[in-house]
Structures are given as C-alpha cells and as structure tokens.
Design a protein around this ligand. Sequence first.
Ligand SMILES: C[S@@+](CC[C@H](N)C(=O)[O-])C[C@H]1O[C@@H](n2cnc3c(N)ncnc32)[C@H](O)[C@@H]1O
Length: 354
Amino acid sequence: MTTGRGSDSNRPSTDVALARAAAFPRLRYMGSKYRLLPHLGPLFAEVGGRTALDAFSGSGVVSYLLKAMGYQVTSNDYLAFPATITQATVVNHRTTLDAADLDRICGPAADQRDFIRTTFDGIYFTDADREFLDSAWSHIDRMVGHKRALAISALVLSAARKQPRGVFTVRGLRYDDGRRDLRLPLREHFRERAAAYNAVVFDNGRRNRSITSDVADLDGAGYDLVYLDPPYAPARDDNDYIKRYHFLEGLSCYWQGQTIMQNTLTKKLPKRYTPFAYKHSITQALRDMLKKFHESTIVLSYSSNAVPDAATIEALLRDVKDDVEVRKVDHKYSFGTHATAVRRDVDEYLFIGR
Ligand SMILES: C[S@@+](CC[C@H](N)C(=O)[O-])C[C@H]1O[C@@H](n2cnc3c(N)ncnc32)[C@H](O)[C@@H]1O
C-alpha cells in the first residue's frame, strides 16, 4: 500500500493479501463478495489508511481481506454468526483448534442435550447429524474465547455446506444431488471445516474488533476507510437473511435467548427488521448511513438489480463527499431463492467517496 492516509511501507502487497483471502473458508452467503475481492483489493490499496470498518460483514471474507492487507479492522453485522466468524478469523491472531479439541468435540457427548435433534426432526439433516450438532455443542458450551469462536464457525460452516444450496428455506433432503458436501456426515464435515479455519489464522499485528450491532447504532468516527455492503431492497423477491440463515443464527448460540416461531414449518426465528430491505425506507437509511461515515473514505458496493438506482446512490454520496467516483465491475452474480434460479448478469458497482 503506497498511497493514502496513514499508510506504512511494510504492508503486505495486494497480491499476497488476495492470495491469503482466497483461502478463506467459503460460506455460501447471499450477496457475498468472494468474487469481487480481485477488484476490492487494489481499490483498498489505492485508498490506503490504517483503520477500516466492514459495516455489513456477512460471510466475513471482506473483513479478512482487510486484515490481510494490514488494516486495523472493525467487523460488524447485526446477525450473530457473522460476528462469530470474524472473531475466529479477524480478531483471533494465534489460537487454533488442536487435535485434542477436535477429538473431544467429535467424541461422546458431555451431556444429554437433544434440542437440535428433537426440534428439527424431519426438517433438517439425518438423526445422526442432528445428534452430532447437540453433542458438539455439549463440548463447545464448555469452551471460551477464540477456541469457542473457531469451533462455532466450523460447526456453522459444516451445517451450511451440508444443507442444499446453503439456505434453510427448504426442508429435508429433497435437493440431494449426491454432491460430496451433501453426503459427508456432519462430524466429518466439522473436522474438515475446522482444519480450514485453523489454516487461515494469522497475526496482522493490529487490534481488530468484531461487533454485533445495527449499523444505525455504530459510532461513525475513527475509520480511515469504511466499506459498506448493505442488503439493498431487491426489485423482486426479498433479501431477508434470517429467512435463509435462521438455522445458522440459532446454531451459533445454541438458540440461547432466541425465540423460535413454533408455528413455522422450518422452526424459523423472527425476521430482523432492517430499513435496507424496503423500497420505502432504504433511501433514507442510506442517507443517514453515509452522513454518519462522512469523515471516512467510503467504498460502497451496489448491484444494478437493486433499489434505489445507481444515479440515486451516486447523488446520496455526493451529498456528503466532494470527490465521488463510480466504478462498474463486470461480476457474474450467482444466487437464487428457487431451485430453478439461474446465473444472471448484473452490473456490480463500487461507489467511492473520498
Ligand atoms: C450483502 S450482505 C454482506 C455480504 C458481505 N460483504 C460478504 O462479502 O459476505 C449484507 C449483510 O448486512 C447485514 N445487515 C442487514 N441489515 C443490517 C443492519 N441494519 N445493520 C447491520 N447489519 C445489517 C445482513 O445480516 C448481511 O449479513
């Protein structure tokens, strides 16, 4: 990183950082920016700075890229499991799960709990897989700190990989297409996913943080760079993360303090309100958010299949920033809420306000 506020010369090169980020364990997550990293890395390097906020961290991959680029990173998401993943991978610099940890978690249960086995019977996974999740948690409950975060992250990723298309809107094994991820017992998944998380633990020499907060409640001051990837109101369909990932959210805390909607077929958690999900509230939410971060260099992700349109976003950014640039990225976006969803082309934009 050679330019920008507070940059220093012994930062890793962008190529090295991108290579590191490419190894980040991949969670299939709506709107994740894995495929955009080759565009984000050089842009972040160009912007420079010492401190960075990833305000909507999701899968955690952008936070991890920022860490790999040498930033002091603050990761935030209003869901709990994204924060657990960034605690394990962005905040954690040294701790890994050793063979004894893995043998214990994969061994006999430490207590008789059966919440997952009974609650999600006939809904998700086989009896043996659900029993493993309960059993694994009987040990994770006795763990603390980064080891606990790593174990939960590996468990969450295992469940996501084992679930068809990674979303918990569908029940049962109807979409089983024989892929290895869907066949592998969760206990074996867990060992593999834990090894993958262990492999990405490294120290970037900064005190990074992981927060679980609504973006509206964050303090906007103190960041050289702010990366914003909000869930834009889609023109069609919806962008409800809890609807798709309620099981991962519950699994990340063993449903402690969560209230399951018992009358729903998939035993969902209640929808989390966000003003970004609705056409009538997103523009004001964006305006408020950009104002909050007006002192920082802002990089805002946006897809052309969203509301409001690109011209409106640009105007909102110009309200708080003098120097605004819009970059269009050719980015194939592959995600759908239906089995028939096909890869569609959308224009991915990066709005930069300096
Ligand atoms: C487009 S995704 C971010 C994807 C992420 N950049 C990645 O690469 O995986 C949007 C994220 O915003 C979170 N979110 C939605 N509304 C929020 C709010 N009001 N405050 C904080 N996070 C919010 C969602 O939980 C979701 O993880």
